[in-house]
Design a protein around this ligand. Structure first.
Ligand code: MG
Length: 376
């Protein structure tokens, strides 16, 4: 036993001897002897390795850059994460630079999440994934201090968490495509990426093996509104639930035209990032896809979900390729949404957290305080 453990044990013994001892007093005793009463931020790059190469409408990739974050406060550690797919415009360099500029030690109360967000906005605009990493770590930290998971703090019923979709992408090799489809067996909704030139082939290949509902993400890949409408009708006949980002995010009038005619709901993804974008999305879309990395984290994501609901919109909760850290953070919100697309942790080969699970296709929120993760 080293001296520090000895000291901790000694304190425990003294407290137990002076009974009655509250649980909080024991918690106090197990915390480090040096208590700064300030937020201590640390971070490190962590590259996420994809199990299958991603074939998107505009690129292909096998890894996603990420940054792992910790905020320590009086011996309690909150975990956070930034994931930076290239199209978001952030990188390890930009996230590291932003986090290096932050002086979180000026804050003595981790519950001042609104103040800390205002401070981060004052340091630099954008940097949404970097801000999300801090936001997630703060929610993990404060949830742990309260001893409750965030779905409970928000008053949500975990039984209302939706099924999650699982993404497959097209593979020209029929054997590989069959293998990918077989991996989707536990899931109740399958997401198919489109706009890569094999749109109907992918759906037809999938339908040869499975009749579970699909949803489609065109990733802005359909450039012509007539083609988009034809696809929506074609997909509606093949048990599709909705279509995400059918056309370019700037094609607002064409998307509104499509929405008027489409038999399927049209959901905004690349079109929107943050809270002020929700009202704009209502003009052309039936619903929104909220992602923590786009909207600076859980604090704003919750507000977006509530606003979208009040506008009568559908709400979808998505993610990037992320470890179970950020995916579990998103899962806390999932009882509020219609559809979840929380498969990011399942798409990577090098997860470093245990957290949210998909049980029989459904989002199952961990029954642990904070965002519900433990490092592996
Ligand atoms: Mg999308």
């Amino acid at each position: 036993m080293d001296r520090r453990n000895f000291l901790k044990t000694g304190m425990l013994g003294a407290l137990i001897a002076a009974s009655p001892v509250s649980i909080s007093a024991l918690d106090e005793a197990t915390r480090p002897a040096t208590r700064s009463g300030r937020l201590n931020l640390s971070f490190r790059p962590y590259e996420l390795k994809l199990r299958h190469a991603f074939n998107l409408a505009r690129n292909q990739r096998t890894t996603t850059p990420g940054v792992q974050v910790q905020i320590e406060y009086d011996g309690v550690i909150g975990y956070g994460e930034a994931s930076m797919p290239p199209y978001l415009g952030e990188s390890v360099a930009s996230v590291t630079e932003f986090l290096s500029k932050l002086d979180l030690a000026q804050f003595t109360d981790p519950f001042r999440i609104e103040d800390i967000h205002a401070y981060m906005e004052s340091v630099a605009p954008d940097n949404r994934a970097a801000k999300a990493s801090v936001d997630i770590a703060l929610h993990d930290l404060t949830g742990k201090i309260m001893g409750q998971p965030w779905y409970k703090i928000w008053g949500l019923n975990p039984d209302n968490a939706p099924n999650t979709s699982f993404t497959i992408s097209y593979d020209a090799d029929p054997a590989e495509m069959k293998k990918k489809i077989e991996e989707t067996a536990p899931f109740k909704v399958i997401k198919i990426k489109m706009g890569v030139g094999h749109d109907k082939e992918t759906v037809e290949a999938f339908r040869r093996y499975s009749d579970v509902p699909i949803c489609v993400d065109a990733n802005q890949g359909w450039n012509d509104r007539e083609q988009a409408l034809e696809m929506c009708h074609w997909l509606a006949e093949r048990n599709c639930l909705f279509v995400e980002q059918p056309m370019d995010k700037l094609a607002i009038d064409d998307t509104a035209w499509l929405r008027e005619r489409s038999p399927l709901p049209i959901i905004a993804d690349e079109f929107l990032q943050r809270l002020p974008d929700v009202r704009r999305a209502a003009e052309a879309y039936d619903g929104i896809n909220i992602k923590l990395m786009k909207c600076t984290g859980m604090h704003e994501a919750y507000k977006m979900a509530v606003l979208a609901r009040s506008l009568g919109m559908k709400v979808m909760l998505g993610c990037m390729t992320e470890t179970s850290c950020a995916v579990s953070a998103a899962s806390q919100l999932s009882p509020l949404v219609d559809w979840a697309d929380l498969d990011g942790n399942l798409l990577i080969a090098n997860d470093i957290f245990d957290g949210m699970k998909i049980v029989d296709g459904k989002v199952t929120i961990p029954d642990r305080p904070g965002i519900g993760v433990v490092p592996l």
